[in-house]
Design a protein around this ligand. Sequence first.
Ligand code: CAA
Length: 258
Amino acid sequence: EADFETILTETRGAVAIITLNRPKALNALNSVVMTELTAALSAYDKDESVAVVVLTGSEKAFAAGADIKEMQSLDFVDAYLGDFISGWDAVASFRKPLIAAVSGFALGGGCELAMMCDFIIASDTAKFGQPEITLGVIPGMGGSQRLTRAVGKAKAMDMVLTGRMMDAAESERAGLVSRVVEAEKLMDEALAAAVKIAAFPRAATLMAKEAVNRSFEATLSEGLRFERRVFQSLFATADQKEGMAAFVEKRKPAFSNR
Ligand code: CAA
């Protein structure tokens, strides 16, 4: 598969796996990682054979943040004109289901990258945090916004102001992660979820993602209207006919992604 310097890519059937791979820097997110990860995602968005992507890191670190060595010498004008973070927005606008499988450190930009995914499955060794304050800055890849929406003001303020880490159990209680599993079972669990999603009608999975994400952008009435219209539109698909016929006839559906 495509040759990258800082990520590994692999496809298993309709599931693609992207592994962050800068082991010596605990997968710190530099501009090469950003360019390569967003290129890989863009290719998977276009590739009809890929239904779902799992994004993971190493056992020790999903990612320990944006690359501090790369940012260290920037001044305001460099940061502002260079806008070096904005490329990461492409991860949040990836259209297909994207699952983060997190083991070890997910700090700063690492926590923020995981939160750009649709949901996070964590190993019991996972540690989440927004330690930017300890460096004299604040989260810059969405942490102050996505963490607050995920866990509420009290915990988000605690995390962002103290820079402390949450362990997996606290992260699950707070609603940041959807499941916690033993470290050895992390990839099995994430891949099983991905395989399950990949078997469902493609259009419905993308629309489901779009509808949930809409709740972060719209008022309740706008969001409900969007959901209703998208729900109604799925009745134009062959897979709605097949899914409902299969239920009534007590058989397995044979979806066609049409
Ligand atoms: N950037 C660059 N290099 C990093 C890094 C980062 N974010 N995190 C770790 N590394 C490097 C270390 O410099 C070290 O490299 P050397 O061997 O060359 O010295 C290597 O990875 C291993 O790290 P440690 O020796 O520190 O490993 P540890 O097990 O003792 O500690 C850790 C692990 C607690 C995660 C610690 O590495 C750490 O605190 N990392 C920084 C976490 C952080 O502050 N992240 C926020 C970054 S700012 C940000 O993300 C901004 C944003 O919102 C966009």
